[in-house]
Design a protein around this ligand. Sequence first.
Ligand code: PEP
Length: 256
Amino acid sequence: MTRQLVGTSWKMNFTSTEAREYFRRLVPLVADITEATGRDLFVLPPFTSLWVAREELAGSRVAWGAQDVHENLAGAHTGDVSAPMLVDLGCRFVEVGHPERRRAYGDRDGRVAAKAATALSCGLEVIVSVGESRRLQERDARAVVLRHLGAVLGGVDAIVLDRVVVAYEPWWAIGAGATHAPFEHISAMQLAVRGWLLARGASSPRVIYGGSVESGATAALLRQPGVDGVFVGRAGLDPAEFARIAHAGLAHAGLD
Ligand code: PEP
C-alpha cells in the first residue's frame, strides 16, 4: 500500500531564524508519527532556510525540500537555484509547476517538464503540481489535468515515475478566501491521475491533494478514494496545525 504523504510549502514566509523556531516546535509534535503509522511528512521552506531544515530536521520524521528549481544544472542564471545545490542541502523533494510560479514567472508545461527531468536526474523526488485554473465540470477538469500530466511527465521513464508525487491542486481552491474542492471532484481527479501513472508503468503512484487543506477536513479527505496524502499551504504555517493535519485520522492521535 502507498504510504500517505503529508507536506507543506511555506511559500515566501519565515526568515531562517523563524524557520528554526518552527522546526523546534514541530519536531516533538510529530515524533510519534513513525514508520508504523505509514505516513511520511515533508516541509518545503524557502531556499534561504534549507540549511536550517538540514540542521533541525536531520534524524527527525520530517523530510525537507524546495519550492522550485532551475532546469539547468549550473550556469549564468542570476538568482536561480540548481538541483545539485538542493541535493547538497539534503533535500529529498522539490516542487515544480505550482500555479503561483506558472502565473508569476511564465513557467509553462515545457519548462516544468525540463525542471522535473533535471531534478529527477539528480535523484530528487519531484512534486508536480497540476490542476485546472478555473472551476470546470469534472470531464473538462480531467482533460486539463491529463493534458498537464502528458506534457510534464510524458517523457519520464516508468522506473523514475515512482520518484514523482503528483499534487492535484485546482487553482480555484488555493489561497486566502478559498475552500477545498468538493470531495467527489477531488476523488475523480486523483483517480484519473492515478490511472494515468499506472498506465505509464508506475508501480506505486502517489497522488496528493492541495487546496485549502486544514485539520478539520483532513481525516475525511484522506479517506477519499485516490487521495494518498495532502499538500498544505496557509494552514501549515502554524506548526501545531500542521501537526494536527499530520495526525488526522490516525488511531492513536493525541492531537486529532
Ligand atoms: C498551495 O498553494 O499549494 C496551497 C495548497 O495553498 P493553501 O493550502 O493555502 O490553499
